[in-house]
Design a protein around this ligand. Structure first.
Ligand code: HEM
Length: 431
């Protein structure tokens, strides 16, 4: 079994223990699959950036599970096809373009909180998932999914559930076997397909050019003049649908948790909002002055990186950290571990937004902190996400304080991403 059993029992603990016992580079085997865990920023930089050409995504991303979910979209494709998709999608994420999304972000956040009553109990994980899905779909596809949102949210939750436990076993055996879990997975994936195909069909039918990402994809032509098929479009839309909402929602959910547990930081956050906003809604123009809010977001992603690990596979044999790594080895890097490494972060388990000064950032090894990955396959939505997180936090924090019961603990659950196991329960208080 190799380390399969230990890894599946508690992946996060296993990841940290392996570094503690063996150091920055650890070789192991999952069943018959050789794997290497890398913990040092220099090694991570080598794989993600300097020698990126020699690596493709890991076996888990090529599994039937991911293929069924996001197909051959931007996150999973390789080579020329990936280059073309990245080129096609990039304009939707340029700085000038994402500026126009700010109003939508604030609008949907304000709509969410418009009915909140002081004293009300809420689950911030659930609320943030709903909010970010509405935002990404509206910004990139000019569609409103408010009516489907609860069903989509619940379906997504169910979808990843079986893959949280026994994850490595699943990606090795894959979901080829017609077990009850896998049949259920396909049925759930079909439900989400329905919403995505509906968004595409609506655009085909209206024929309107909304100037958004889906319009750019619809207008794209190959050299031979052919267009993206509906399946290709579906894969792109589904990829952005998934990559673009859960990660952002998780960052905000973890941030509310951290603020609830750290009253001093919460006070400073509120003070900044009062000074900068003076009682009005935030806009894009406020971003440069919402410095502490930005530091909060960064520190939250350090402690609870939504993407807690990344995987690659070398195409040709290579050398990492002085060790020979044969082609085909699964290479994993974990934000979860490197972000909590005392060599790079003083008092690493403490929530200290203040640490993110310009000077600190300049001296930090580049890949000691990589919540958005890096190199050519780095997150295309990083600026979009940062803007969304800051604006949404500010819109909510301006009006409400979200109180956590002093004894309330939130358990970390490493599914495809780093989730709060039973949500983030808070009580809404007026400010
Ligand atoms: C806090 C929020 C986010 C986090 C932490 C995050 C994290 C990441 C990471 C770590 C990667 C690299 C994966 C790898 O190297 O294997 C990635 C890629 C990607 N992300 Fe994000 N992401 C976030 C928000 C977004 C948003 C808002 C969008 C789109 C609206 C998005 C779309 C994508 C796409 C399409 C890729 C694949 C890019 C490529 O391979 O060319 N992400 N993200």
């Amino acid at each position: 079994m190799g380390v399969m059993r230990e890894f599946n029992r508690d992946s996060l603990a296993f990841i940290e223990q392996a570094r503690h016992d063996y150091g920055d580079i650890v070789w192991m085997r999952f069943l018959y699959v050789p794997a290497v865990f890398l913990y040092h920023p220099d090694q991570i930089e080598y794989v993600l950036a300097t020698n990126a050409k020699n690596f493709i995504k890991s076996m888990s991303l090529r599994s039937n599970f991911f293929q069924r979910l996001v197909g051959n979209g931007l996150l999973t494709s390789e080579g020329e096809e990936w280059k073309r998709q990245r080129r096609l999608s990039s304009p939707a994420f340029h700085r000038e373009r994402i500026g126009s999304y700010a109003t939508t972000m604030v609008y949907y956040t304000d709509r969410l909180i418009s009915s909140w009553q002081p004293g009300e109990a809420r689950d911030m994980h659930r609320d943030m998932m709903r909010l970010t899905l509405e935002i990404v779909v509206k910004c990139l596809f000019s569609a409103d999914v408010s009516n489907d949102i609860d069903e989509v949210g619940e379906t997504l939750k169910q979808l990843v559930k079986p893959f949280a436990s026994q994850a490595s076993l699943k990606w090795i055996f894959d979901n080829r076997l017609p077990t009850a879990t896998h049949l259920r997975f396909h049925a759930l994936a079909k439900k989400i397909d329905k919403v995505v195909y509906r968004i595409i069909a609506e655009r085909h039918a209206s024929g309107k050019d909304e100037g958004d990402l889906i319009a750019m994809l619809l207008a794209a032509r190959d050299e031979d003049g052919s267009q993206l098929t509906d399946k290709q479009l579906r894969d792109e839309v589904m990829t952005l649908f998934l990559a673009g909402h859960e990660t952002t929602a998780l960052t905000m959910a973890w941030t509310w948790y951290l603020l609830g547990k750290n009253p001093e930081a919460e006070k400073k956050f509120h003070a900044e909002l009062d000074t900068v906003l003076q009682g009005r809604q935030p806009t894009m123009a406020d971003l440069p002055r919402l410095k502490y809010t930005e530091q909060i977001a960064k520190e939250s992603m350090r402690l609870f990186p939504p993407a807690f690990g990344l995987g690659r596979e070398p195409i040709n044999d290579c050398e990492i950290g002085g060790y020979h790594v044969p082609a085909g080895t699964q290479v994993f890097m974990f934000q979860w571990a490197t972000h909590r490494d005392a060599r790079f972060f003083d008092d690493p388990l403490a929530f200290k937004p203040e640490r993110w000064t310009t000077e600190f950032t300049e001296h930090l090894p580049k890949y000691a902190y990589f919540p958005f990955g890096g190199g050519p396959r780095g997150c295309i939505g990083a600026s979009f996400a940062m803007m969304e997180i800051i604006l949404c936090l500010a819109t909510i924090g301006r009006r409400f304080r979200l109180e956590m019961a002093p004894d309330q603990e939130v358990e970390v659950y490493a599914a495809m991403s780093l989730r709060p196991k039973e949500g983030v329960p808070v009580t809404v208080r007026s400010r």
